[in-house]
Ligand binder design. Sequence first.
Ligand SMILES: Nc1ncnc2c1ncn2[C@@H]1O[C@H](COP(=O)(O)OP(=O)(O)O)[C@@H](O)[C@H]1O
Ligand SMILES: [Mg+2]
Length: 284
Amino acid sequence: MTRLALLHSTIRKEEKLIIESAMRKGIEVKPIDLRETILDPDRFEVDFDLALGRSVSTVKGNYAISFFESLGVPVLNSLKLATICQDKFLTSMCLLKAGVPTPKFALAFNLEKAIEAVDHLGGFPVVIKPPLGSWGRLLAKVNDMDALEAVFEHKDVLGSPQQKALYLQEYVEKNGRDIRAFVIGQEVICAVYRTSEHWITNTARGAKTENCPLSDELVEVSRLAARAVGEGLLALDIFETKDGFKVNEVNHTMEFRNSEEPTGVSISSAIVDYCLRYLKENRF
Ligand SMILES: Nc1ncnc2c1ncn2[C@@H]1O[C@H](COP(=O)(O)OP(=O)(O)O)[C@@H](O)[C@H]1O
Ligand SMILES: [Mg+2]
């Protein structure tokens, strides 16, 4: 009987849905609370077939993924995939290299160079984001030089070393919504529109979801983006622009609680099925 380990910190609705889906398929799930675990290669007893990374904490998740991969356990998503997707700059570089349409971006380390970068991005407004971040936190839409100086000074004086890297992106007019596409392996299983009065359309910030039909163009760009970062269990943020779709970022520990109902697709079930398929096809 297949046994999946669920690597977690806080248990969210998503982890509950995954456990329920697995149980319905007769798959045993072993939840591993990383907050209570010692990753000791001499003492850790591996009694499962595959580890599914679902940690809200990136630090704990990364260490756990690399620990189990080093022990020879199959892990989804892989460390390589997680490393790319958790960093917006690495993701953007991967998308660009693979020819996936993506908003213009740059990374700068001081104010002078940030001002130059804004020029190259086409001028204000721009969006500044922490390269490692989620839930729309610490995003700044910078409309003018005064705002740029203020954001820079706050990061410079108050920020951690990580925040000295300024990831800048052109601001994309997106008519109050973006698209979240769920891509599992090479299959785009469903997508939602996320609509908000605010320019930040994360559901964690209150955006509403509704089904987004899967057009050929959306499927094609989503597949291309998934292939660019490495296939796995992915959720893509996509902007609709006058020049077609642009992939904004790729998430590797996706939240989907607000997307199953509008799409009518069981994302949790698709995740469990992919784990089984991955085990079978890679013959672990
Ligand atoms: N360049 C941009 N132009 C317009 N809106 C943006 C831009 N970047 C981000 N946003 C908005 O902010 C949201 C969160 O940004 P995102 O890059 O996905 O970071 P996070 O990892 O925090 O979700 C996006 O879903 C979108 O609504
Ligand atoms: Mg996002």
